[in-house]
Design a protein around this ligand. Structure first.
Ligand code: GLV
Length: 313
């Protein structure tokens, strides 16, 4: 079996050793993401594409499956040469979910404890106490209830927040009030104190968090985005912070990454910016997941995490 891992040299460690150990007997080879197409390259049974990998599919037009090392696959679906009739398989959780739960809990508990407001008071050298807020008095909405979003919603419910969840199709999660589809979107948003977005980058999610949507949140609401930056209309967020409608945001993903130095988000004290770290790929867990799926495919068994290209994730 031949496995081509499309990965830059500086990222080769620890991935290549892990793949070698997890796939004994396979020929595992690293390919530079933008290497020129090599005529006569050995045919890969499987391609593992660590993004961005623009030329690999000109060389490998018909592998048995393509794997990503990320949960999000928008960048793959935009590749013009991605083979059509081949399963594209994304990472499912593999240690990301627990990290993202902790990231969201830090942001939402911080908001509940009014830490951003007290930070603003500190900048203004102002000593002023506010009454405590019980989690049950705060409505927190999770937009996107995939593996990660559902885990986030459950963790928020366990903290006692009044949790709502929104997905394309209805999903039942204990302790979470469910909303679905375009028809349920406004009711989901209405009066939320915190909105947590965990949606992938698809045609349906592009720009959903615009002025109209964000204006439905409670006055002084906080926005958390850990999915993809394309969901948020960044100018609209800034305008609603300027007007005082929203009080702040915790953002891990952006329309352009890395976030350009001149971007206004960097200099807004009400916005916490992190560099796309809420759910980092854990190499050991990810390689184990991919190797297990290759094992199943080799035995003719079905695997989970196959991207529905029409849906976009
Ligand atoms: C991270 O953003 C991922 O998609 O895995």
């Amino acid at each position: 079996m031949h496995v081509t891992v499309c990965l830059a040299a500086e990222d080769a460690s620890p991935w290549m050793d892990l793949f070698g150990a997890a796939l004994p007997g396979a020929h595992v080879e690293r390919r530079e993401p933008d290497a020129p197409v090599a005529a006569g390259a050995p045919r890969a049974d499987y391609v593992v594409a660590a993004h961005p990998c623009r030329t690999v599919f000109d060389e490998q037009p018909a592998p048995r499956a393509v794997f990503t090392v990320s949960a999000g696959v928008g960048h793959m679906l935009r590749l013009p040469n991605l083979p059509r009739d081949v399963p594209l398989i994304r990472v499912e959780d593999a240690g990301m979910g627990a990290q993202m739960v902790r990231y969201v809990l830090a942001a939402v508990l911080g908001f509940a404890q009014r830490l951003p407001a007290y930070a603003a008071q500190q900048r203004a050298v102002r000593w002023e106490q506010h009454s405590p807020r019980a989690p049950a008095s705060l409505a927190v909405g999770v937009l996107g209830l995939g593996v990660v979003g559902a885990a986030v919603a459950r963790a928020l419910a366990a903290q006692g927040f009044a949790v709502r969840g929104h997905a394309r199709t209805a999903k039942a999660i204990d302790g979470v009030r469910g909303f679905a589809g375009a028809e349920g979107f406004a009711a989901f948003l209405d009066g939320l104190d915190v909105l947590v977005a965990v949606v992938p980058d698809t045609a349906d999610t592009a720009g959903v968090l615009d002025r109209a949507a964000l204006s439905r949140l409670a006055d002084g609401a906080h926005v958390v985005n850990i999915g993809r930056g394309s969901a948020l209309v960044e100018e609209d967020l800034v305008a609603l912070l300027d007007s005082g409608k929203l009080s702040g945001a915790t953002l891990d993903v952006f329309r352009t990454e890395p976030l350009p130095p001149e971007h206004p988000f960097w200099r807004r004290p009400e916005i916490a910016v992190t560099p796309h770290i809420a759910g980092l790929t854990i190499p050991g867990d990810t390689v184990a997941q991919i190797a297990a799926k290759i094992g199943r495919l080799e035995r003719g068994l079905p695997v989970t995490g196959v991207v529905d290209r029409g849906r976009g994730y």
